[in-house]
Design a protein around this ligand. Structure first.
Ligand SMILES: [Fe+2]
Length: 311
């Protein structure tokens, strides 16, 4: 006899990255959007959040863009407990209409971008293992809520994400009009690769010029990493260049080590305009043959563009 929900899951059993039966069950049932079963967090999960949040405070003050710091204070995150998404959304939604939406894991590319278009941010609810706070096998709630969501309180940044979702919608429309199935897949791969690279080098790992010309961090991959946020700004090993769209869309990246190459925008207006330009280039065919290499697109990612509803 199958176990009932209450027998399978009990309060405090934990929602730890790669060790959360609740998530495994949701995924095995094909459930992408889920609830945040708050009572399942263990004391160890809360302690992991507390440590991550406490140790990064000084680095945020030093390296993060002002907009991010404003966002953190607007969200009123509890330093001691894993955040409840409903609480975060109460503060976030009135500001920009964005909401964090719990998901069970990887979201196929088009579905992810389409969520942004609707001002929903797919959010991981698991917490990294307390014994390896620096090692991230996959995103966790600290990356998503402490790294991404404070940026969503800024109107211009939020509009940029929506614009990005619209660009993905345009991509789906373009590829669905292609009749030759082989060419269609080749186009999806190239255009999506360009979009994913742009997203990576801006939303995840972007740098921005501060008021006095100093470099600041706005990329969430950096903002949620105690080690890399300092490395990104201080290390002589990192190449930092003013962003160039033609470079970014042709630049591969690797996810398993600190980034050796970062790009700088002037402002969120600048970033917004770049997304406009990205969409224009897509319509002109300039994203049809970007340089090969990372990231690779899975079958699921490709299918998500083919099955998108684009009326
Ligand atoms: Fe991220």
């Amino acid at each position: 006899m199958a176990l009932t929900q209450t027998q399978q899951f009990y309060p405090g059993m934990g929602l730890t990255t790669t060790k959360a039966p609740f998530i495994e069950v949701a995924r095995s049932r094909g459930e992408l959007y889920i609830e945040q079963p708050y009572e399942l967090y263990s004391e160890e999960n809360h302690e992991a959040w507390r440590r991550l949040y406490a140790r990064i405070q000084d680095r945020w003050q030093r390296y993060a863009t002002e907009k991010f710091l404003e966002g953190v204070s607007k969200l009123c995150l509890d330093p001691n407990r894993v955040p409840r998404l409903d609480d975060v959304n109460q503060f976030l939604a009135p500001l920009t209409g964005f909401k964090a939406k719990a998901v069970s894991g990887y979201v196929p590319a088009y579905i992810f971008f389409d969520c942004l278009r609707r001002r929903e941010f797919p959010t991981t609810i698991t917490v990294r293992d307390i014994n390896s706070l620096d090692y991230l096998p996959e995103p966790d709630i600290f990356h998503d809520i402490a790294g991404h969501v404070p940026m969503h309180t800024d109107k211009r940044f939020a509009d940029t994400l929506v614009r990005f979702g619209e660009a993905a919608h345009t991509a789906a429309r373009i590829v669905q009009e292609i009749k030759d199935p082989e060419l269609q897949v080749q186009r999806i791969i190239s255009i999506t690769r360009a979009l994913a690279r742009f997203f990576w080098f801006t939303i995840e790992f972007g740098l921005m010029r501060g008021k006095n010309g100093e470099l600041k961090v706005y990329g969430s991959g950096l903002l949620s990493s105690y080690g890399e946020i300092a490395h990104a700004i201080e290390s002589p090993e990192v190449q930092r260049y003013p962003i160039q769209l033609e470079w970014v869309i042709n630049q591969y990246f690797e996810i398993d080590h600190y980034q050796p190459l970062l790009f700088i925008v002037d402002s969120f207006d600048h970033l917004f305009d770049l997304v406009d330009q990205l969409e224009r280039w897509m319509l002109e065919g300039k994203l049809n043959n970007v340089a090969p290499g990372e990231p690779t697109m899975s079958e699921e990612d490709i299918r998500s563009f083919l099955e998108a509803v684009v009326d």
